[in-house]
Ligand binder design. Structure first.
Ligand code: FNR
Length: 178
């Protein structure tokens, strides 16, 4: 079957560069990869083990079902305060106990207008994903500095080196999913 990839943006912002980038990456992918975008980060309650029961919140069940049905995951996220955006970390916290990330190939991309590219958030995401036994690798992670100079608002990747790099990440993700 064609690979099913769940794409998650860590930004809730309407004109998010990371969401725009995520959609541009989807546009670069081969037909053998199909994408579903998860757009419900904002629906999840704050992680609370007391709510983490068999009949827990519907939004959490939905996230878990979406992940369960995916062969791989693509995460595009900003960095806030040198860390992972709370909304995204919250979603990952809901998966620690249920295990849908176990052995799941996961590409981790952070983009920022700063010269650092969200490197702290990227490293932190990898730490969390490793803890929940997702399959992560250097070939599938990237920090992108100066994103505003490389991606136009309409979603065109104007930096050809970046475009190639993103294609190679998609290739690595595809290989990891088989
Ligand atoms: C930021 N930004 C930011 N950038 C970064 O590289 N490291 C950081 O620690 C932070 N911290 C931070 C805190 C707050 C409160 C804001 C509003 C912004 C800048 C951030 O990268 C920029 O706003 C991006 O455009 C956010 O990503 P999206 O929403 O465009 O995907």
């Amino acid at each position: 079957h064609p690979l099913r990839i769940l794409a998650i943006s860590g930004s809730l912002r309407q004109s998010s560069s990371n969401t725009t980038l995520m959609n541009a990456i989807i546009g670069l992918a081969p037909h053998s990869m199909t994408f579903t975008t998860y757009t419900s980060l904002n629906d999840l309650p704050h992680f609370n083990p007391d709510l983490d029961t068999d009949n827990g919140p519907l939004s959490v069940q939905h996230l878990r079902t979406q992940l369960d049905g995916a062969d791989g995951v693509l995460i595009c996220s900003p960095e806030y305060g040198n860390g992972v955006p709370g909304a995204l970390k919250n979603a990952l916290d809901w998966i620690v106990s249920s295990g849908e990330f176990v052995n799941k190939p996961t590409a981790v991309i952070t983009a920022s207008p700063s010269p650092m590219g969200g490197n702290y958030a990227n490293a932190s995401l990898l730490l969390t994903l490793e803890m929940i036994n997702a399959q992560v690798s250097q070939q599938m992670s990237l920090t992108i500095p100066h994103i505003a100079l490389k991606l136009s608002k309409d979603g065109t990747i104007t930096d050809l080196t970046l475009k190639q790099h993103l294609k190679s990440i998609l290739h690595a993700l595809q290989q990891a999913c088989y």
